[in-house]
Design a protein around this ligand. Structure first.
Ligand SMILES: Cc1cc2nc3c(=O)[nH]c(=O)nc-3n(C[C@H](O)[C@H](O)[C@H](O)COP(=O)(O)OP(=O)(O)OC[C@H]3O[C@@H](n4cnc5c(N)ncnc54)[C@H](O)[C@@H]3O)c2cc1C
Length: 417
């Protein structure tokens, strides 16, 4: 394959850019060392959750947020582009039926029973928006160790909502047919796709059901057929059912990854995992090819355009030496810690020096040199490799990757800038 575009990284940012470009007819090759955050994260799209105050209208609150953080990656995209990116994503991931909008944050329960602000969720989680309170029966599965219904219910019951509404929650634990000693999520999703097992689960839940208007389960309601499993369970129980994401590995994250990978293949693109970019060759301000380490050999991959979507510290998109030196390992780009304090803070929740590290780009998403000049005409960067954000604190990780991946594709096709 001699692609028009090579994307480094198969996370949300890389897949968004790849899908947008292959959708315009470009041949796209995604090279990734590993799978990134997609199969681990909850498959919800967080745009902006905290500024640090709780955000209820993310798109509206973005402008004042950026005024205080002119280095933030959201400066690279307009509110219209963010809305377009979210709309495009929801259409593309239609098999998962995404619900929500950039205008309003929902409050969805986590595996600890906290309420988390997020914009877009798969339909299997949609009725779990507890912004206006609700009475929830939290169902645990005996033997499944990644979900503690009692903990979730106790914490949900203590939620303080701005609306003044209350959340009532009660925990129950039910048994599935089969061996409860080894209920790993990968097994559960397959087992719950069997109608007899689902019917048994519904019977068990019905015997426990009181006045609750909502039923919550860990996010293991099927893999390929999650829509069908979720809908059937609702029918059997006669009440809205919603999934609560569990700790990694995330079954909703894997559903989303499958949808994105398949969509790219359908459009003629390719994802190659186990392919680590280790360097590049270039002349005259252009990248000609990248050096890629495969299982048994090293190859040069040429393309007209390159997109760096290699993630942050967690995936090796940026690295830190033992002596504190910061690196971007593929193109040796300067790494900055925009707006972060110079010295570590002893306060646990304070912003630390490395919290915002990443590469800087211009409005065309081209990585910048130390003098502030774009280094290559045909290299763009997107997602968590960009510096300036604190995704965990802001609840902005997926939104940044989606919006900047979308933008990187737009500047290549001439639709942005
Ligand atoms: C468990 C978990 C839970 C999360 N929960 C939330 C949440 O609730 N809210 C939120 O906003 N964010 C959350 N995040 C963060 C969010 O998921 C990430 O910010 C976002 O997905 C990053 O996407 P990305 O595409 O930029 O990078 P990644 O998903 O990290 O992908 C990077 C890709 O680049 C590849 N790569 C790296 N270096 C190379 C190389 N040299 N050669 C080839 N490939 C390379 C990696 O293998 C990977 O495929 C969570 C993340 C995790 C892991």
């Amino acid at each position: 394959m001699n692609p028009d575009v090579v994307v480094i990284g198969a996370g949300t940012a890389g897949m968004t850019a790849a899908l947008r470009l292959s959708g315009t007819g470009a041949t796209v090759l995604v090279l990734a060392e590993g799978e990134g955050a997609l199969p681990l994260a909850p498959a919800q799209v967080d745009l902006l959750g905290y500024t640090p105050a709780l955000v209820s209208e993310p798109l509206r609150e973005l402008a004042p947020f950026l005024q205080e953080r002119p280095w933030h990656p959201y400066r690279l995209v307009t509110p219209d582009e963010i809305e377009a990116a979210l709309g495009w994503f929801a259409d593309l991931a239609a098999p998962l039926g995404y619900v929500g909008s950039a205008q309003r944050n929902r409050l969805q329960p986590t595996a600890l029973g906290a309420l988390r602000p997020t914009c877009l969720v798969p339909e299997t989680m949609a009725s779990g928006d507890l912004s206006e309170g609700g009475e929830v029966l939290v169902v645990g599965l005996r033997g499944f160790r990644d979900f503690h219904a009692q903990l979730v219910a106790e914490n949900l019951g203590q939620a303080h909502l701005a609306s003044g509404a209350a959340v009532g929650a009660r925990a129950v634990e039910v048994s599935l047919v089969g061996d409860p000693r080894d209920l790993r999520p990968q097994l559960l999703v397959r087992r719950l796709e069997q109608r007899a097992v689902l019917a048994q689960l519904a019977r068990e839940i019905r015997t426990e059901l009181g006045q609750e208007t909502l039923i919550a389960l860990p996010a293991v309601l099927g893999m390929e057929r999650s829509h069908e499993v979720w809908q059937r369970l609702q029918e059997l129980l006669g009440r809205p059912v919603f999934e609560i994401p569990t700790p990694p590995p995330s079954q909703p994250g894997q559903r989303l990854q499958q949808v994105l990978f398949r969509a790219l293949r359908r459009q003629g693109g390719e994802v190659r995992l186990g392919a680590k970019a280790t360097g590049f060759r270039g002349t005259g301000g252009r990248v000609e090819s990248i050096t890629v380490q495969l299982a048994s050999r090293e190859v040069q991959v040429s393309a007209g355009e390159f997109i760096l979507a290699s993630g942050g510290l967690g995936t090796g998109g940026v690295t830190v030496d033992p002596d504190g030196g910061l690196h971007e390992p593929v193109f040796d780009l300067p790494v900055t810690t925009a707006g972060a304090p110079g010295q570590p803070s002893a306060e646990y929740f304070a912003t630390q020096p490395l919290d915002r590290l990443g590469v800087s780009v211009d409005s065309e998403m081209r990585p910048l040199g130390t003098g502030g000049e774009p280094l290559f005409t045909n290299l763009r960067a997107a997602g968590a490799v960009l510096g300036g954000a604190e995704p965990w604190r802001e609840k902005s990780g997926e939104g940044i990757s989606l919006a900047t991946g979308f933008r990187a594709a737009a500047v290549i096709t001439g639709g942005g800038g």
